[in-house]
Design a protein around this ligand. Sequence first.
Ligand code: PMV
Length: 357
Amino acid sequence: MDDTRYISSTTNSPTPFSTKWEAPSNIALVKYWGKKEPQLPKNPSLSFTLTSSVTITEVIFTPSDKNSFGFDFYFEGALKLDFYPKLESFFEQIKKYVPWINGYSLKISSNNSFPHSSGIASSASSIAALSMCIMDMERTLFPQIIDPEFNQKASFLARLGSGSAARSIEGPVTLWGKNIAQVDSSDLYAVPYGKNLHPVFTDFQDTIILVDTGRKAISSSKGHELMYNHPFSDQRFVQAENNLANLFHVMQNGDLDEFIKIVETEALSLHAMMMTSNPYFILMQPNTLEIIHRVCEFRKQTQIPLCFTLDAGANLHLLYPKSIKKDVRAFISEHLVIYCQNGQYLFDEVGSGAKKV
Ligand code: PMV
């Protein structure tokens, strides 16, 4: 795979610079679970970019005396040493593509819009926000870089830190992974879904139901690794390709019955992979299943097109068109809140991607 065009030059005139970017989280409709080196997906994935669940990151780049690279990382105002191994490995991966960074020391300060320890994965939004800051610095050093290339390389760098982060640069729907349905798709970075998006999806709602706000029992890197010798992995990759092909039509024709079938199957397949790996692991909690049953029952009784999806955790994302927001929100507050940890849920909706603050 030729990724050499993403290698920028080094520079002899280090410049102090500071920048601040906000990047959203995303929720996959067709899931990425299983990868190959170097952080390339075994199947393409497609996601909604969110609006309110964001990370805001400021980076101060200071030319370093010894012409060496270093960083400090602050989360919500406090030095956060637990994040260093993940960040160190991210910088190790990206240095080849941004060699100028070796002459700088970085002060990175991050905040999330969503409550701390809410159980919402923040690696996609945080790595995406950091990648935008790095690209902004690169554009200062090499002003010839133009917009589509800027986002593409930001997604390329983000992917090296966390695969799903590649999909948090643009919106409202992004696609990561080479496939025949879209010619500009790539395994190296995510691209905006390029066909005519049906209007119902441009302001789709996502209510995140917090069932368990604790730490995940297993990291997603470990989970991806377990797909290597998984008895059903080959079938899973074929299923994801087929679901993606079908979802491509749905994104254009707005067929919500089909949308629901694909999205819920994808969520349960992801968790089925986890429950059938060796060693197996179960991330759903009893209340996750309780809510799934309630959502399906509500849909059956009312014909309201509300559906669920899951990430790598016990929390649910409830997806629905904006036009039925009132009914769905009444259902959530009357019937689901008792299954939420501390009664917590968060409203979000489809959004347009990362922006400079
Ligand atoms: O980006 P990673 O390596 O944390 O993997 C995330 C995978 C899922 O969130 C479970 C699914 C997805 O496509 O976002």
